[in-house]
Design a protein around this ligand. Structure first.
Ligand SMILES: Nc1ncnc2c1ncn2[C@@H]1O[C@H](COP(=O)(O)OP(=O)(O)OP(=O)(O)O)[C@@H](O)[C@H]1O
Ligand SMILES: [Mg+2]
Length: 374
C-alpha cells in the first residue's frame, strides 16, 4: 500500500503543494523550519484526523487562512482510493472527510491509510512517567477499536467527577451517596479498559520482543503493571473478575482516597514496563537501549495495525535515522523494506540509503524533486 499523490492547501506553512510519490523510500530533506515535519504531519492527519503535535485543528491552518485542505490518493494492490479532508476553522470549526467523495467517519480513514509516525521524542515514551506509555497504548487501541476510545473517555469522565466528589466529602459527608454511584460507572468502564489492554499486551509483547531482538540482538520483555493487581499470570482475567478486584480495591482504599482527594488505583495509574535481563529499561537502559526499545514499540504498533487492517502502514520517520548508528540504520531499513512505503525526513541528503530512494528538497513551503545535486 502506498500514497501515490499528496495535496496540501493552506496546511501549516504550505500554501499549495501537489506531490507525486513512489512506493518504497522517499526522503524529504531541507533546513530547519522548512516544512518537513509539517509534510509528515499532513500524512498522519489523513490517516487519523489528528495531529502528531497540535492539540487543535486551528494550529494546522496556515496563519491568516480560514480553512485548509489535505488530500491523497492511496494505491493498494489493484485498487486506488482518494481521501479528502477539508477543515474550516473560522468562524467555527467544520470538518468534511470523504473517501471516494463519500462522507466517512474518522475511524474509517485508518482502514484506507494506516500510518505510524516516529520521532526522536518517542524516546520520552521510555524515559518519562507512565502517562506517556499509557498514551501510546491508548492511542493504538483507540485506532484499532473505536469502542475502546469511548470506554476510555467514559472512564476519564467518571474519574474526574469522582475526584471532585472525594474532595467535597471532606467538608460535606452527604456526597458519599454520589461517590457510590460513581464507583459503579468507574468500575464498569475501567474494567473494560483494563481487559482490552491486557488482551492487547499478548500481541504487543510478542512483537516488541521479536523486534528488539532483531535490532539489538537480545530479548526485551514487556509487561502490563496493574495498580489493582490483575493480569501478569498465564490466563488473562475476564471483565467480571477484574470488576470484582477493582471494586474491592476501591473499598479498601476509600478512607485514604477521601483523605487525599484522589482516586489511587485504576487504569489511569497503570503502566507498561519494559525490561532487559530483568532490569527496567526506563531506569537502567543505556541511551541506545532506550532508543531501540522506543523503536521496537513503534514497529510493534505498525505490525498490530497491519494485522487488523490487512495493509502495511506507511511509516513516517521524522528525523529518526540521524539518531541511529550505521548498523541499526541498516537493520531498521531492512526490516521495513518489505513492502512498506517509508517517508523520511532529514536536514541533509543521506548517502546510500536505498537503491529505490526518491528525494525531495523542502524549502519554505515547497518540495521539489531532487536528483543528487543535479
Ligand atoms: N499554522 C501555521 N501556519 C504557517 N506556518 C506554520 C504554521 N505552523 C507552523 N508553521 C511554520 O512551519 C515551519 C516549518 O515547520 P516544520 O516543523 O515542518 O519544520 P521542519 O522542516 O520539520 O524543521 P526541523 O528540521 O527544525 O524539524 C516553521 O517555521 C513553523 O513556524
Ligand atoms: Mg521537523
Amino acid at each position: 500500500m502506498n500514497i501515490s499523490f499528496l495535496l496540501l492547501k493552506d496546511f501549516r506553512n504550505y500554501r499549495h503543494l501537489e506531490l507525486r510519490l513512489e512506493p518504497g523510500v522517499t526522503l524529504f530533506f531541507g533546513r530547519n523550519a522548512s516544512g518537513k515535519t509539517n509534510l509528515l504531519e499532513a500524512c498522519y492527519y489523513l490517516s487519523s484526523l489528528s495531529s502528531v503535535r497540535a492539540e487543535r485543528d486551528h494550529d494546522l491552518c496556515r496563519w491568516g487562512a480560514q480553512e485548509f485542505s489535505v488530500g491523497c490518493r492511496v494505491d493498494h494492490k489493484e485498487t486506488s482510493k482518494t481521501i479528502k479532508i477539508r477543515v474550516v476553522v473560522e468562524p467555527s470549526l467544520r470538518r468534511k472527510v470523504t473517501v471516494e467523495d463519500v462522507t466517512v467517519r474518522k475511524s474509517d480513514l485508518i482502514r484506507v491509510l494506516p500510518a505510524v509516525y516516529f520521532s526522536p521524542d518517542d524516546l520520552y515514551m521510555i524515559k518519562r512517567s507512565s502517562a506517556s506509555r499509557r498514551r501510546f497504548l491508548d492511542s493504538l487501541l483507540g485506532r484499532i477499536d473505536p469502542e475502546y476510545g469511548r470506554r476510555l473517555s467514559r472512564y476519564q469522565d467518571a474519574l474526574t467527577r469522582r475526584n471532585n466528589v472525594l474532595k467535597k466529602i471532606r467538608t460535606d459527608p452527604s456526597w458519599r451517596k454520589t461517590l457510590e454511584s460513581l464507583d459503579g460507572i468507574l468500575v464498569e468502564s475501567g474494567s473494560m479498559v483494563i481487559a482490552r489492554r491486557l488482551r492487547a499486551m499478548g500481541d504487543l509483547r510478542k512483537e516488541v520482543s521479536e523486534t528488539y531482538a532483531f535490532i539489538a540482538e537480545r530479548p526485551c520483555d514487556v509487561a502490563y503493571s496493574s495498580s489493582i493487581g490483575v493480569g501478569g499470570g498465564g490466563d488473562e482475567p475476564g471483565v467480571e473478575s477484574i470488576s470484582r478486584t477493582f471494586h474491592e480495591r476501591l473499598l479498601a482504599s476509600r478512607e485514604e482516597e477521601m483523605a487525599r482527594g484522589i482516586t489511587l488505583s485504576g487504569p489511569h495509574r497503570d503502566d507498561i514496563v519494559l525490561t532487559l535481563g530483568g532490569k527496567e529499561v526506563r531506569y537502567f537502559g543505556s541511551q541506545g537501549e532506550q532508543r531501540s526499545a522506543a523503536l521496537a514499540l513503534k514497529i510493534a504498533e505498525s505490525k498490530m495495525l497491519e494485522a487488523v487492517f490487512g495493509r502495511k502502514p506507511v511509516l513516517l520517520l521524522d528525523d529518526v535515522l540521524s539518531e541511529l548508528d550505521e548498523e541499526r540504520r541498516k537493520k531498521v531499513l531492512s526490516l521495513w523494506d518489505f513492502g512498506h512505503q517509508i517517508l523520511i525526513t532529514s536536514t541533509d541528503p543521506i548517502e546510500g540509503l536505498s537503491p529505490k530512494l526518491a528525494e525531495f528538497r523542502v524549502q519554505g513551503g515547497t518540495a521539489e524533486p531532487y536528483r543528487g545535486g543535479a
